[in-house]
Structure formats: structure tokens, C-alpha cells
Ligand binder design. Structure first.
Ligand code: NAD
Ligand code: ZN
Length: 341
């Protein structure tokens, strides 16, 4: 089969012929229909320090996908060939304390599909049956292909009760935009998203985020006063991975505010810990999706009318993957979806 392989420890990904993986007894074989490109894939392409220490070479990459069951292992009971599916890309051990307590997202032995084991930038992908999520008929393939990052947004935005709260989302990348939309639908009063990239802010407005603010040219305190916020943000969703954005968030939180942090900073950075203490802020790190409550809620959001279609700015045949990665690297794309069929 054809697959995008990290076959050498240097920048790039290469389309190669590799064997079709064979499902073990508890695994299914999925014929991948659509693959989306994640920021993580760009790190793997670039072969930065994180990628070089995390990713074994050679490896089939990719973890955002949708497809159809092609074959099932001998012990698989829940799936049949032909079924439309997506799947959770964090493979958990099932044996650690958190796994056994039903908190798979806190597994201490998580392996990443397309990061530490063979991924979904391929015609076929093997996944444990327990990681596979059936996709209802009213959810389009391309939306199911971005469920992994949508799940990051849903997990982060639903970390705290949004009803009646004023929410600041820092970073209007695809995940920040989805997080803002989820907070809004979950009952937030004001939802403000920030970025320093005008294209990203335009995309946020196009999807209906009420206040999309360029903090390189606008004063966020003035915006808050203008929209009737007198105290500070109640909830922060950090989706930029940028230190200045996180510091600004801490400055603008109300006392007792709650911050969920998804963005990954490239290097360590300073914050004013005294503000965290004297404002009595709650900080919560977020990794991946809750298994599988986040998946349930994601599907429910789509089925209840949340339309993420405008977030997909590039649809390309798989042979044009280089153009897709180039669009991602420029930082101006929303989601890029590649078609294998
Ligand atoms: P992205 O890089 O597309 O978006 C980040 C956005 O932040 C960009 O639009 C950028 O212009 C903006 N930004 C930069 N400086 C800013 C500033 N000072 N103020 C406001 N915005 C600023 O990333 P994404 O794919 O949307 O993912 C969001 C973040 O979440 C990334 O940091 C990513 O690495 C991280 N992530 C974490 C997990 C996890 O499980 N914890 C999973 C997926 C992604
Ligand atoms: Zn575990």
C-alpha cells in the first residue's frame, strides 16, 4: 500500500510502498478515506528536537482520519467490514491505575498513532477495536477526519462549566476556533478569541466567533469594557502555545478564574506566579480527549447543528500532500484534508 513515511531522520515525509498492516485478534483494519494534517505532523515533517526524540524511524505518520472497516481480527465483535469509522489515536495500556479506573486519557503508558506506532497517512491503518469510533450517517467523512483536534477543543472547552461565564480563548488556530464555538454552545456569556494573525481571526469570524481580536493592534482591556465586561474573564482556554498570550490571559482573569491549557509552548517560559496565587486561579493541563466521553459529546455537537465545514480551507488529493503541508506551514490554513480515494 502507499503511505507517507518518515523514513529518514531529516526534514520531509515521503510517499512509499509499505506492506498492508495485519490486524491482531483485537484489532481492525481500516481503509483510510480522508486524512487531515495536524500541527504535530508538521513538527514531524520539520524533524525538530521534539520529533527527533519521540518518533522512531521509519514510521508511517498521521493520526487524523476517517475511513471504512476493511477487515477485523478474530476476536473483534463490534465491527463489520463496510462500517464508517474514525478513531482515538491515543493507545492506552488498560493496566495502569487510571486505565483501570476508566480514566484512559490519564494513562501513563499512552502510545500515539502516527507518532510512536504506524499511523493513518496510509491506505490502511490497524487500530485496537476499543479505539474505533463508529460514525453516524449524518456526520460527513471530512468532519469525522478532524475529530481528533475537535476532540482536543471539546475536552478543553468542557473542562469547566461555561454557563453564564465570560471566556477568553488565546490562539485562533483550528483548535482555538473550535474551542470558542463549543464554549459558546455550552452557554458562555461572552466568548473572545485572540490571535496575532489576521487570516486566522477572519476564519474565526467566518465560523461565527463573536469577538475575534488582534492583540498586536487592539487593547484587550478596551474590548472588554466595550462589550460590557467589568471584572475579568471567568474561564480561559489557552490554545496558542505562545507565552505572551498565556501571560495576557493570567493578567485578564477574574479572581477565582479557571484556565484549561492545551497549547504546547516550544520551550519553557516564565509567568507571574504571584498573580496565579493572589487571584486564586485554577490551572488545568489538557492532553488529548477523554475516552470516550469527549467522542460522545463531539458527535452530539455535530448532530445538534455545529457546522465545522468552513474550518476546512484546503481539500486536496493525497498526491498533493506537499502543497497541503506547505499551506499548514504558512500558518494561514484552517484544516487541510487529504483524500485517498
Ligand atoms: P496553531 O498553531 O494552528 O494555532 C495557534 C495560534 O496561536 C496561531 O494562529 C498563532 O498565530 C496564535 N498565536 C501566536 N501567538 C499568539 C499570541 N501572542 N496571542 C494569541 N494568539 C497567538 O495550533 P492548533 O493546531 O490550533 O493547536 C493549538 C495548540 O494546541 C498548539 O500549541 C498545539 O501544539 C497544541 N495541541 C495540544 C494538544 C494536547 O493534547 N495538549 C493536542 C493538539 C494540539
Ligand atoms: Zn494505562
Amino acid at each position: 500500500m502507499r503511505a507517507l513515511v518518515k523514513s529518514r531522520p531529516e526534514p520531509g515525509l515521503w510517499m512509499e510502498e509499505v506492506p498492508v498492516p495485519e490486524p491482531g485478534p483485537n484489532e481492525v483494519l481500516i481503509r483510510v478515506g480522508k486524512s487531515a494534517i495536524c500541527g504535530t505532523d508538521v513538527h514531524i515533517w520539520n524533524w525538530d528536537a521534539w520529533a527527533a526524540k519521540t518518533v522512531p524511524v521509519p514510521l508511517v505518520t498521521g493520526h487524523e482520519f476517517s475511513g471504512v472497516i476493511a477487515d477485523t481480527g478474530s476476536a473483534v465483535s463490534r465491527f463489520k467490514p463496510g462500517q464508517r469509522v474514525s478513531g482515538e489515536g491515543h493507545i492506552t495500556c488498560g493496566a495502569c491505575r487510571n486505565c483501570r479506573a476508566g480514566r484512559g486519557h490519564l494513562c501513563r503508558n499512552t502510545l500515539g498513532v502516527g507518532v510512536q506506532r504506524a499511523g493513518s497517512f496510509a491506505e490502511y491503518l490497524c487500530l485496537p477495536e476499543s479505539n474505533v469510533v463508529p460514525i453516524p450517517d449524518d456526520v460527513p467523512d471530512e468532519i469525522a477526519a478532524i475529530f481528533d483536534p475537535f476532540g482536543n477543543a471539546v475536552h478543553t472547552a468542557l473542562s469547566f462549566d461555561c454557563v453564564g461565564e465570560d471566556v477568553l480563548v488565546t490562539g485562533a488556530g483550528p483548535i482555538g476556533i473550535m474551542g470558542a464555538l463549543v464554549a459558546q454552545r455550552a452557554g458562555a456569556r461572552k466568548v473572545v478569541i485572540t490571535d496575532i494573525n489576521p487570516t486566522r481571526l477572519d476564519l474565526a469570524r467566518k465560523l461565527g466567533v463573536p469577538y475575534a481580536i488582534d492583540t498586536s493592534s487592539e487593547d484587550l482591556r478596551e474590548v472588554m469594557a466595550r462589550i460590557g465586561m467589568t471584572e475579568g474573564f471567568d474561564i480561559g482556554l489557552e490554545m496558542s502555545g505562545a507565552a505572551p498570550a498565556f501571560r495576557q490571559m493570567i493578567d485578564l482573569m477574574n479572581n477565582g478564574g479557571k484556565i484549561a491549557i492545551l497549547g504546547i509552548a516550544p520551550t519553557g517560559f516564565e509567568i507571574d506566579w504571584n498573580k496565579v496565587i493572589f487571584k486564586m486561579l485554577h490551572l488545568k493541563g489538557i492532553y488529548g480527549r477523554e475516552m470516550y466521553e469527549t467522542w460522545y459529546k463531539m458527535i452530539a455537537f455535530v448532530q445538534s447543528g455545529l457546522d465545522l465545514t468552513p474550518l476546512i480551507t484546503h481539500r486536496l488529493p493525497i498526491d498533493e500532500f506537499e502543497a497541503g503541508f506547505a499551506a499548514m506551514r504558512k500558518g494561514e490554513a484552517g484544516k487541510v484534508v487529504l483524500d485517498w480515494l
